[in-house]
Design a protein around this ligand. Structure first.
Ligand code: ADP
Ligand code: MG
Length: 347
């Protein structure tokens, strides 16, 4: 018998795999404005309003560990990470569907906890839970959320529209969620080795909170609307600043110079990075799951952006030929390395 070819998915990586599987699919409907490749797909509806749709799946053991993730937080996070992709299109989410696969390990009470978190998130982001699917799994729990939003066609913001001369901005602060995860993992190891020791995370509420209960930046999209800002490109920070900037540059056909000094870091992030003997800049660039926004603006908009709260100027978009560089605090210029999260690698 002829031997079947077997290629390990890791040879392609997550994005290579998506590209490989979806190539050759051509959009047949005029209403499909943008398909695979951005934070959300874009679909025409009436007149000038567009629909945006995004789906994400969270798998137990890959995306979360129930040893330290309360189900209520997990429910909230599942909604946050999805609406974050809608905000990344400069759109406002309005509906979500939630699908779950559950093993018999999960009681009704446990699932009520999950849905309590989903309920709070639906309130926080003003979205309606309109459906989903429920099925069994042999082992563990998986949650898949689809978010649907809308945006005026003049405001939709893609990843592939940054231009040389544009200014790179980051909201909030980055790296905190990654360190929160390191703290939770460390406490889990201590607990496994010595179950009598009580977790000592009281001091680290901020970092742990950024990991367990991230907030998608609805406020920023509202602020852009009020300030009459339409970013020239945008992406949410799920995999880390470096990796997200690579997506924008690759898809826009541009280069970038990122300022190490322009990485917004919370004081707790700096402190804990030193405790872990990690470089805070590396944590900021390669840590993930902050669900902040990375976006670019036209230079003329700098005068407005400068005065808006919680937005940090982090670099410049340049010609493609100049590459994607990091301007370090010491004044050196290096190639930027994108080391995003690789969930395949974690399995
Ligand atoms: P994000 O990190 O913003 O959620 P992803 O990296 O998950 O985005 O996905 C990138 C793009 O690839 C999106 O347009 C997404 O809809 C699409 N995509 C991801 N997985 C698949 C799949 N299995 N089949 C078709 N499209 C996919
Ligand atoms: Mg995204």
């Amino acid at each position: 018998m002829e031997e079947q070819k077997r290629t390990d998915v890791n040879t392609l990586g997550e994005f290579g795999l998506i590209e490989h599987l979806t190539k050759g699919f051509e959009n047949k409907n005029e209403s499909t404005i943008y398909g695979v490749g951005d934070d959300a797909a874009v679909i025409a509806r009436d007149g000038d309003i567009l629909t945006v749709v995004s789906t994400d799946m969270l798998m137990e053991g890959i995306h979360f560990d129930l040893a330290y993730t309360p189900l209520k937080h997990l429910g909230h996070k599942a909604i946050s990470v999805n609406v974050s992709d809608i905000y990344a299109m400069n759109a406002i989410p309005e509906q979500v569907t939630v699908s779950i696969a559950i093993s018999n390990r999960f009681s009704v009470e446990a699932l009520e906890e999950l849905y309590a978190g989903i309920r709070v998130a639906c309130k926080d982001y003003n979205v309606d839970l309109v459906g989903g699917d429920t099925t069994s799994s042999i082992k563990g729990i998986a949650i898949s959320v689809t978010a649907i939003g809308k945006v005026h066609k003049d405001k939709i913001t893609y990843r592939n529209t940054a231009k040389p001369g544009d200014i790179i901005c980051i909201t909030g602060n980055v790296g905190a969620a990654y360190l929160g995860l390191q703290l939770l993992e460390r406490e889990k190891q201590i607990f496994l080795e010595n179950p009598e020791v009580k977790p000592d995370l009281d001091d680290q509420n901020y970092l742990v909170g950024r990991q367990l209960k991230p907030t998608a930046r609805r406020d920023m999209i509202i602020l852009f609307g009020k300030s009459k800002i339409v970013p020239t490109s945008m992406i949410d920070i799920s995999d880390g600043v470096a990796s997200e900037l690579f997506h924008i540059c690759k898809q826009s056909g541009v280069g970038a110079i990122l300022e190490e000094n322009g990485m917004p870091l919370h004081p707790k992030t700096e402190e804990m990075a030193f405790n872990f003997k990690m470089d805070p800049a590396t944590v900021a660039l390669s840590g993930g799951e902050d669900y902040e926004l990375l976006f670019t603006i036209k230079p003329e908009d700098l005068e407005i952006i400068k005065y808006l709260p919680d937005i940090y100027i982090s670099g410049d978009i340049v010609e493609k030929e100049e590459g994607i560089k990091l301007h370090t605090k010491g004044g050196n210029i290096h190639d930027l390395k994108a080391q995003g999260w690789k969930h395949f690698g974690k399995e």
